[in-house]
Design a protein around this ligand. Structure first.
Ligand code: ADP
Length: 424
């Protein structure tokens, strides 16, 4: 502000000086021209009317003969030289530390007599003018800068108040380690409200993600604890009570089944975590989906109706996992009835449908089956952990596809995987 004010003052001083010089020039020319009109010539010589002003408005009017002899007027004190005459020219002349403006007009009477009328005015020292401006500025600028400073400080303090409040709340949330807290969005302006809303949204997402993580860890521990308890119980029972070889073989079979379950669970958990963290190396390419679906169907020995020439931009390994999971579920919950896999194109989509005529899913459970560890009925299958469909859903998302399901209890289920035909 101080710098800007100084530049402004210097500029103003320059302009004022310039304006002053121009107005003095006008005054000089005007005064001398008026006096010229008051000069006449008779046989006896020059005649000046009563309105001729020898010295007015700071302008001294002098009349010289053609040979530069001063005839009329009094030269200003200090103006002690006679510069050359030039008709109609305004000249600036420095004499003895002062600056003068002069203008000359040549007048002739009947070609007999030539005279020079000269106007002289002393210019005020430009530094005096600028100095006055600067003196005034030296008093006003600091006052102006102080007032501006105080005003700016008050305005900023007032407008940053909501920000300090936001920081305070954020700190208290972080100290309390409680992500449930939210920042009050009532009394602030739009910008801060937007910031607070975004912050609250971020807190909401963090809270949901921490909750999911917590649930995941506790569900995973629970799922792992069950087979481990069974193994521990079987071992203790065998040590205490089992004597025969047959009994021990039966216990070992239980232990083997449960360890297989643990191993499957751990690898599923690992896969899901990797997919979630985008920690899986993806190998997307344009692939022949018809061929892939056909080969998976052959492995599971299920009925297959696949349109030829379906191509999509996919990671073949992940899509194989997705289709295999859907088929395994259809077989698992299919009551031993026929499982049909179809693949066909519709508009810009490819749809892979896995259909069974098994136990189906009740309407109240349909939206929950995609959640981790969700099992409709634990007695349905105690060999799985409810992780398959959540992994299937994640794979669909990675391919920018989506899943839908139609199911009726005791009639069967149809799972649809929708995928863009080609998205390079
Ligand atoms: P799981 O490993 O237990 O099968 P999923 O995530 O694959 O876990 O499936 C979640 C739940 O959805 C299953 O427990 C099952 O009850 C139900 N479900 C999945 N597929 C079918 C199906 N084809 N028919 C009936 N129920 C199914």
């Amino acid at each position: 502000m101080s710098l800007l004010s100084s530049i402004l003052i210097l500029f103003m001083a320059y302009i004022i000086n310039d304006v002053n010089v121009n107005s003095v020039k006008d005054l000089l020319v005007e005064t001398v021209k008026t006096n010229v009109n008051e000069i006449d010539y008779t046989d006896s010589g020059l005649v000046l009317s009563n309105d001729f002003k020898y010295h007015t408005n700071g302008v001294s009017t002098l009349i010289y003969s053609a040979n530069n002899t001063l005839l009329v007027g009094q030269v200003p004190v200090g103006f002690d030289s006679v510069p050359d005459f030039e008709n109609g020219q305004i000249k600036s002349i420095d004499i003895g530390g002062s600056r003068y403006l002069i203008v000359d007009f040549r007048i002739s009477f009947n070609f007999e007599a030539d005279y020079w009328v000269r106007g002289v005015i002393e210019l005020a020292n430009p530094f005096h003018i600028s100095g006055n401006v600067i003196k005034a500025a030296l008093i006003t600028v600091p006052v102006f800068v102080i007032l501006m400073g105080i005003g700016t400080y008050l305005i900023l303090k007032r407008s940053f108040k909501p920000l300090y409040k936001t920081i305070e709340t954020a700190d208290s949330i972080s100290e309390a380690k409680d992500l449930k807290g939210r920042i009050d969005t009532k009394d602030s302006n739009k910008e801060f409200n937007d910031l607070r809303n975004s912050y609250n949204k971020m807190l909401g997402r963090l809270e949901a993600s921490f909750d999911r993580e917590k649930r995941f860890v506790s569900d995973a521990s629970h799922e792992l604890r069950t087979p481990i308890s069974i193994i521990q119980g079987a071992c203790e029972y065998s040590i205490r009570y089992e004597d025969t070889y047959e009994e021990k073989v039966e216990t070992i079979a239980i232990i083997s089944r449960q360890s297989n379950k643990i191993s499957r669970l751990i690898s599923q958990l690992l896969n899901i975590t990797r997919l979630d963290r985008d920690d899986v190396k993806l190998d997307f390419k344009n692939s022949d989906l018809s061929e892939l679906v056909n080969s998976i169907c052959k492995d599971y020995e299920v009925t297959c109706k696949v349109e030829d020439g379906l191509t999509a931009h996919i990671d073949e390994t992940l899509i194989s996992v997705l289709i295999s999971n859907l088929i395994e579920n259809a077989v698992k919950y299919g009551n031993g009835q026929e499982v049909i896999v179809e693949a066909y194109g519709r508009d810009d989509e490819i749809i892979i449908k896995v259909e069974d005529n098994g136990i189906g899913i009740g309407e109240e459970d349909l939206h929950k089956i995609w959640d981790r560890f969700y099992q409709v009925d634990l007695s349905r299958n105690n060999n799985s952990a409810g992780l398959g469909l959540s992994m299937v859903k994640r794979i669909a998302e990675i391919h920018q596809g989506y899943l839908t399901v139609e199911s009726e209890l005791n009639k069967g289920s149809k799972f649809f995987f929708h995928l863009k035909k080609i998205s390079c």
